[in-house]
Design a protein around this ligand. Structure first.
Ligand code: AHM
Ligand code: MG
Length: 336
């Protein structure tokens, strides 16, 4: 990656005309996410300095309380988007209810709502494993100028206008789609600029990686158990390799580059799976499809599920088309 690569800012400007309703508002929104990502990245990268700067719950040298990183990330994303007056509502994994912005200003014209998981996989932070931010953006369905309602957030994933994630890993990347393919940008931390490093990302049609928490094996439905055994069978092109970080963004990112399938199925303990439809599964499904992959709950397309709750959970299987379809084959033969 060099200075010859396009920057994220340049890319956003150049592609603004491809948005269906081009007013610059969505570009501003993505620009704000870029800014918040850099702030959160800075903090995540200090997490290892916990012995020096103090752990969450401690008081730092300025007498401020040290926040847990997921709470910190939530504050940064909400403040950045609120202060820039860029969306009319935000829903977050960290907030019980959605946040309405500009509810008292009848003249506000903001059209977009955002749903966000500010720091997914945060249990991995203490052990220096990658975490991520996931976001999903919709046009509001209630009239512009009025306070947002639940209806604006409970939209099917197929209505998303943009979605993406930021991965705080060995390098920090912002990967997003506005419905015209998936592009990945890597942060050059020395100068604080994201450069286009992964243009037009594509899921390989096939792969040999399966990613699932096999500790839950005995609680999985029969179809998933049979699929896992299929992955382990010795044939010409199997056994597949098992890779599970336990950080959705990282597992998804690796599988998109190398080819693989990620599964968080239902289990007897979690009858609806664990992951949240609106700010985890839908944005991941949009990215998967835009990269030529697939995302289902084992039977139907994730993006066609009609949401009923802000924090609703659904089972998810996503990744390389042929691998996801193989899982669906097992699920239809052994549905319970
Ligand atoms: P979180 O939103 O509480 O961080 O949980 C989501 C994470 C995903 O990143 C990851 O894929 C999954 O939970 C791992 O769950 P498990 O530990 O049950 O395998
Ligand atoms: Mg999460």
């Amino acid at each position: 990656m060099s200075f010859e690569n396009k920057t994220l800012g340049e890319f956003i400007n150049e592609n603004q005309h491809t948005f269906k309703y081009s007013t610059g508002e969505l570009s501003n929104l993505i620009n704000s996410l870029r800014l918040a990502a850099k702030v959160v990245n800075h903090e995540v990268n200090q997490a290892g300095l916990v012995d020096i700067i103090g752990a969450a719950g401690d008081t730092n040298i300025q007498g401020e309380d040290q926040q847990k990183l997921d709470v910190y990330a939530n504050d940064i994303f909400i403040k950045t988007l609120t202060n820039r007056n860029i969306v009319c509502g935000i829903a977050s994994e960290e907030e019980d209810d959605f946040v309405c912005i500009n509810s008292k200003d009848k003249n506000h014209q903001n059209k977009y709502v955002i749903l966000i998981d500010p720091l997914d996989g945060s249990s991995n932070i203490d052990v220096n494993v990658s975490v991520g931010t996931i976001f999903s953006i919709y046009r509001r369905v209630t009239p512009v100028g009025s306070p947002v309602t639940k209806e604006d957030f409970l939209q099917e994933g197929n209505k998303q206008v943009a979605a993406g994630y930021i991965i705080y890993g060995t390098s920090t990347m912002l990967v997003y789609t506005t419905g015209h393919g998936v592009n990945g940008f890597t942060l050059n931390p020395a100068i604080g600029t994201f450069y286009l490093s992964h243009p037009k990302m594509q899921y390989p049609k096939d792969g040999n990686i399966y990613s699932v928490n096999e500790g839950n094996y005995l609680e999985f439905p029969e179809g998933i158990k049979k699929y896992i055994k299929y992955c382990q069978e010795v044939t010409e092109d199997r056994p597949y390799t098992s890779r599970y970080i336990g950080s959705l963004v990282s597992d998804f990112h690796r599988n998109m580059i190398k080819g693989g399938v990620y599964l968080y199925p239902k289990s007897t303990k979690n009858p609806n799976g664990k992951l949240r439809l609106l700010y985890e599964c839908n944005p991941i499904a949009f990215l998967a499809e835009q990269a030529g992959g697939k995302a289902t709950d084992g039977f139907k397309r994730i993006m066609d599920i009609k949401p009923t709750e802000l924090h609703q959970r659904v089972p998810i299987i996503c990744g390389s088309v042929n691998m996801v379809e193989k899982v669906e084959e097992f699920m239809s033969k052994f549905p319970s």
